[in-house]
Design a protein around this ligand. Structure first.
Ligand code: NZQ
Ligand code: ZN
Length: 387
């Protein structure tokens, strides 16, 4: 097992009715900006619950953060924060709203051009960002209990990430009741995103970190078993709760400790969202199978372990089990109605591999993957395989 440090300071308030407790988590004299998306929180009662909980606080609002949070929109929020001397942020939404809030937390005290934070991947250390909490309305990204964020800039077709130990939410409310109003296409996105988060931290090489490997496998199995229950027409509170906690646990730092991690699927996937606006999770399902086939020799041991422990495949050589593992993964995505080829999302896919290769070359991303050896030319081949 590799050496590691682990600190995750986010307090989780899990369960029905927990939104009412946020008034205790935010200082009484705070000037709060509640940040939300396109309005789903106004239709499902979450907005009213927040207003009620914070009725004795000084509360301002900024709505309209779009999916794949847009830099230009966030700049308007940043001006508002400065104008009103806001000193506490409250994200109420999915990954996009929470990520946007993290960027605002980082930018509020940053003296340079805000985009430089993303262009130069400037990290935000403890005490540097503006304090914030979150109320999660869409299980998927894990943003509610991690310190990373991803921001899009439509003007330049860029989607870039940053983070740092100063950007953990102080608290996050996980109330499974919010899942009642999530459209099915967003639920399957959430399952696929969380599933791929585990894969990025797991599908490398067999390691000696037994516990992390078993936890990762448990999250994958739990997501597989929970999927049909959260997609059924009748709302199932316990299934919703399991789904929500799986998504958080998939990317709160725990399973990546002491092991090597990949993240190349996300790097390539973000480009597809930037060029075509494809939902984040779906870009991962497009890239992952090709990535695992292209890197088959280095990943086959872990792919075979995945096939054995997650799908119960006992027979065959390492290579046969590994290939069956990839097939099972694709079948799982298809069972969620998630398509795994780029051409199924856009007719305009020709030239995408060249674009990704150029973007990675321009950014000097010459060594992605768990061994820091995946070149822009490799990315070209993987993206081309996923057409
Ligand atoms: O904007 P509103 O009206 O709220 O509607 C949203 C949005 O249209 C809707 N929604 C959310 N909760 C709902 C709901 N609709 C009904 N009922 C509810 N309870 O769902 C739509 C999608 O929301 P969004 O926040 O965009 O989705 P998601 O949580 O999947 O976030 C995606 C963003 O997170 C980034 C992605 O790249 C993408 O930009 N990621 C962030 C990560 C992180 N911080 O660790 C890791 C991930 O890998 C990912 O990159
Ligand atoms: Zn993701």
């Amino acid at each position: 097992m590799l050496n590691f440090e682990f600190k995750n300071p986010t307090k989780i308030l899990f369960g029905k009715g927990e939104i009412a407790k946020i008034s205790r988590e935010i200082p009484k004299d705070a000037k709060i900006l509640m940040i939300y998306g396109g309005g789903s929180i106004k239709n499902n009662g979450v907005y009213d619950q927040v207003k009620e909980a914070l009725k004795d606080h000084d509360l301002y609002e900024f709505g309209g953060v779009p999916a794949n949070p847009e830099y230009e929109v966030l700049l308007n929020a940043l001006s508002f924060i400065k104008e009103k001397n806001i000193n506490y942020l409250l994200a109420v939404g999915g990954g996009s709203v929470i990520d946007g809030t993290k960027f605002l937390s980082a930018a509020a005290n940053y003296t340079g051009e805000p985009w430089d934070i993303l262009r130069n991947s400037v990290r935000t250390f403890e005490g540097e960002g503006m304090p914030f909490g979150s109320i999660l309305t869409l299980p998927a990204t894990g943003s509610e209990m991690n310190s990373g964020y991803v921001i899009s800039r439509r003007e330049t077709n860029e989607k870039l990430s940053s983070g740092g130990p100063g950007l953990f939410p102080q608290f996050s409310v996980l109330d499974p009741e919010v899942i009642r109003t999530i459209p099915k296409n967003q639920i399957v996105n959430g399952i696929t995103d969380a599933y791929t988060h585990v894969l990025e931290q797991y599908m490398t090489a067999p390691s000696s970190a037994d516990l992390q490997e078993r936890i990762a496998e448990s999250i994958l199995i739990s997501l597989q078993e929970t999927a049909p229950k959260v997609l059924a027409d009748d709302f199932d509170y316990d299934a919703a709760g399991n789904f929500m906690w799986c998504c958080t646990m998939a990317l709160n730092g725990l399973i990546q400790k002491g092991v090597i991690t990949d993240w190349a699927v996300h790097a390539m996937g973000h480009e597809l969202t930037a060029y075509f606006g494809i939902d984040h999770a779906r870009t991962l399902a497009v890239i992952a199978p090709s990535h695992y086939r292209y890197n088959f020799e280095t990943k086959k041991g872990k792919l075979a372990q995945y096939a054995e422990r997650v799908w119960g495949i006992k027979d065959g050589t390492v290579e046969e089990k590994a290939e069956l593992g990839i097939k099972k993964m694709e079948e799982f995505f298809h069972s969620l109605n998630i398509k795994t080829k780029l051409s199924e999302y856009t007719g305009d896919y020709k030239g995408t591999a060249e674009r990704v290769e150029k973007a990675f070359t321009d950014r000097k991303w010459s060594g992605l993957g768990e061994y820091k050896k995946l070149t822009p030319q490799d990315a070209y081949k993987i993206v081309e395989m996923s057409y």
